[in-house]
Design a protein around this ligand. Structure first.
Ligand SMILES: [Zn+2]
Ligand SMILES: [Zn+2]
Length: 553
């Protein structure tokens, strides 16, 4: 070990927000660190960015240093942890490390993008150890809401960091081997320098509840149902699929799956030995073969996604599955913040059809995959880190998590948001530099800055409407024909005939320019633009996006 080497942590996504995780660990002399990346996820768009479905971290900083990026390690196969890999991998072209189930889901995802033969993937066994760049890494099995979640112990000459990934302490996770408490204890006893830890449910008291407890509760709910039963849950929650299908069997119902993403997850699960003693899942064609009281449908769309199976069922647009008076729809899921409106619309549609809607507010039908406070306390008592660095949360989560860590006798806490580079050692731990960070939007088939002109321009046109004026002038800037205007999102078809007025204003603006200004295209266009905007503001109290096409002949 050289005298001045340092250990760094740099989040470019997921610190100060829930979603699109991208964590970097660096080790080496200042300015020459070698890096590894832990997770590379996406987040989904909302109403603030119309037309944008998928958002991911801008990795420009590490892209610049990609020759010193040894590899990408994935903690688990949730979209907010690995969803950006197909879009961003080509910027790094480094190997990807993950445990078998994650590898299997990743390969299906890469195949969709035509990348399956290009990305070098290294499969790491559960609780396996491997070397990557200057780091010795150790996967530690966790429990969460997808098969094979992992914490990663990152060993360096300056100390060990435990990157928890998404976790809870579930005594009965239904599927998998459970969390590796003995490894966590061993790490704690050997000494952990820093723990970089999930903050999602820091405001939830008590414990998160066990996946295994859902079976009995769901069975009590489904058993007395007379009509069709539809249960919606996240496709990646394979344990929940197992639970629901066993509930169906116990209640004399056959299970039909609606939603393509289920089949991809089930294939990956079966490849890795999960779901081996689960009743058969039928495809949608079976829905109409079975009497209502012998059918249970598991479907996608718990967040009100418009194209998912449940939205189509609720709208009466699903080709094979319908619901009506006397049927029951169970939301075995939580509301992801931001989706309240679309979920409300969906539930109202179902109620209008006479369906009984049950959510986690009415009945115990869901547990979170993230640790609540009591589990976090147990984790701090077991791992006993010197330093706590909260991630996977908005700033309010991170700062509350830091408070909780201090209450657990953790001597140092560092709260950082995306782009804040933390020197973990040599200490004391602190943010030493702010590097550029940002967000990219998937726009058709390319990535553009989320705060760039394309996305902002679209939002402006959406909220304010748009007007385009065409002007034809000669070499001296004299109008050669009447100006023309087209608008969108500004007027009702029978609005009063305003065109003459606005075009008069545009033409006057040109005529008022000096002879010199009229020879300059930019000056004419700007004068017209200002005149048209002023007209709309005065007449309709609107500020449309205004464009001018100038032709000079
Ligand atoms: Zn997760
Ligand atoms: Zn997550």
């Amino acid at each position: 070990m050289m005298a001045n080497e340092e250990l760094l942590f740099l989040p470019l996504g997921g610190a100060g927000e829930i979603g699109m995780n991208l964590n970097l660990y660096g080790y080496g002399e200042p300015g020459h660190a070698e890096w590894i990346m832990v997770d590379l996820g996406i987040t989904f768009g909302d109403a603030t960015h119309p037309g944008v479905d998928v958002i991911m971290p801008d990795p420009a900083y590490i892209e610049k240093h990609k020759d010193r990026l040894a590899g990408i390690v994935l903690t688990h196969a949730h979209e907010d942890h690995f969803g950006a890999l197909p879009y961003l991998w080509e910027r790094f072209e480094c190997p990807v490390y993950a445990t078998p189930f994650t590898v299997s889901v990743l390969q299906r995802k890469l195949a969709q993008e035509g990348l399956q033969d290009r990305v070098p993937i290294v499969e790491v066994p559960l609780n396996g150890k491997f070397e990557l760049g200057p780091f010795e890494l150790e996967m530690i099995s966790q429990t969460h809401s997808i098969p094979e979640p992992n914490s990663i112990a990152i060993h360096t000459p300056l100390g060990t960091v435990l990157h928890t990934g998404d976790w809870k302490l579930d005594p009965d996770p239904v599927l998998g081997t459970g969390y590796n408490m003995s490894a966590l204890r061993r790490l704690g006893d050997d000494g952990v320098l820093a723990m970089v830890c999930d903050s999602t449910n820091v405001f939830t008291t008590g414990t998160s509840g066990s996946e295994g407890d859902i079976y009995e509760s769901l069975k009590t709910l489904v058993a007395p149902c007379k009509g069709r039963v539809v249960v919606t849950c996240f496709a990646s929650n394979v344990a929940r699929l197992e639970t629901i299908s066993k509930v169906a069997q116990a209640c004399g119902r056959e299970t039909v799956l609606a939603g393509r993403s289920f089949w991809r997850m089930i294939d990956s699960a079966r490849e890795n030995g999960y779901l081996s003693d689960v009743p058969v899942f039928h495809n949608e064609d079976m829905a109409n073969e079975l009497p209502s009281d012998h059918l249970l449908v598991i479907c996608t769309g718990s967040q009100g996604e418009s194209r998912a199976a449940l939205s189509r069922i609720a709208a009466g647009e699903h080709p094979r599955i319908s619901v009506s008076d006397g049927d029951t729809v169970i939301f075995s899921s939580r509301i992801i913040p931001g989706n309240e409106v679309s979920i409300g619309l969906l539930q109202n549609r179902l109620v209008r059809r006479g369906v009984k809607v049950v959510t986690d507010k009415d009945h115990f039908v869901h547990v979170s995959g993230h640790s609540a406070r009591e589990e976090m306390v147990e984790m701090y008592q077991t791992v006993k880190p010197q330093i706590a660095i909260p991630v996977h949360g908005e700033l309010r989560h991170l700062s509350e998590h830091a408070r909780l860590a201090r209450a657990c006798q953790v001597p140092e806490t560092v709260v950082t948001e995306n782009g804040g580079m933390v020197r973990i050692a040599p200490g004391p731990a602190c943010v030493i530099e702010q590097v550029p960070s940002g967000r990219l939007a998937l726009e058709g088939n390319r990535l553009v800055p989320l705060d760039g002109e394309l996305v902002r321009g679209r939002a402006r046109a959406l909220y304010n409407g748009a007007a385009t004026v065409s002007i034809v002038v000669d070499g001296k800037g004299v109008l050669m024909s009447d100006a023309q205007i087209t608008t969108s999102g500004l007027l009702e078809p029978d609005d009063y005939d305003f065109e003459d007025d606005v075009l008069d204003a545009a033409e006057e603006a040109v005529e008022h320019l000096s002879a010199k200004a009229r020879r300059d295209d930019d000056q004419i266009a700007e004068a017209v633009r200002i005149a048209v905007r002023r007209y709309f503001r005065a007449t309709f109290n609107k500020n449309p996006v205004t464009r001018v096409h100038l032709m000079r002949i």
